[in-house]
Design a protein around this ligand. Sequence first.
Ligand code: HEM
Length: 228
Amino acid sequence: MWLTNSSLGRKVVMSLTGLFLILFVTFHVLMNTVALISMDAYDAICEFLGANWYALIATVILAAGFVIHIIYAIWLTLQNRKARGNDRYAVTTRPKSVEWASQNMLVLGIVVVAFLIVHFVQFWAKMQLVEVMHMAGANVNEVAVLRAAEGSHHIETAFAQVWTLPVYVIGLVALWFHMTHGFWSSFQSIGVSNNKWIPRFKTLGNWWSTIVIGLFIVQAVVFTCIYA
Ligand code: HEM
């Protein structure tokens, strides 16, 4: 199949899953913003997005997006290295036009995944996973089940620990670099940009990433100030 057999097809898959993940983080940061305004409203949203069938379907689609994006990233990197052979070690100076982020997308992605592991342990594992296990009949702590949909409680627990803030800031800065490059590069790979549009997509991507990541950082700082 073209999407798996050709290098261009694989880039299209990377781009589409990447744009889908950018939409997800945008939705996520807007949802978190509600927590800055009213924790009661935030808990109502968490309840709505708990282990209901539509939320579970969304989680499965989201997980598939992440897994495909990561597998293709590794695949494309290995393929590029193989194509360049030993030449990649010969390059000591890079053209100025090649951004730092574009050269480090895999490393930045690995930092984001490391952050996500910490994030899932703090939130998803205590929320949706607990509800799903309870529904499946597993022996789960009663209190944990009762608090599973209470997003405010988990935010408090996570940000009461001072190490959470630096870990989030490191993950978010890596995500900013990853997103700013991924944004315009995706539009280029799917063929909707040209020399005139690339600078426009770069500007849009920089603004989009800065607003999303900036809001996440403000949230993490505010929660730390309140709960730590
Ligand atoms: C201040 C920063 C953040 C806070 C307070 C936060 C909070 C949360 C909470 C409360 C949940 C559980 C929601 C639920 O199960 O109903 C969650 C899930 C999740 N978060 Fe975050 N988050 C933050 C940053 C991020 C970032 C930067 C990413 C992506 C790189 C991310 C990715 C996810 C994912 C993939 C899930 C699982 C979604 C699902 O179950 O469908 N989060 N987050």
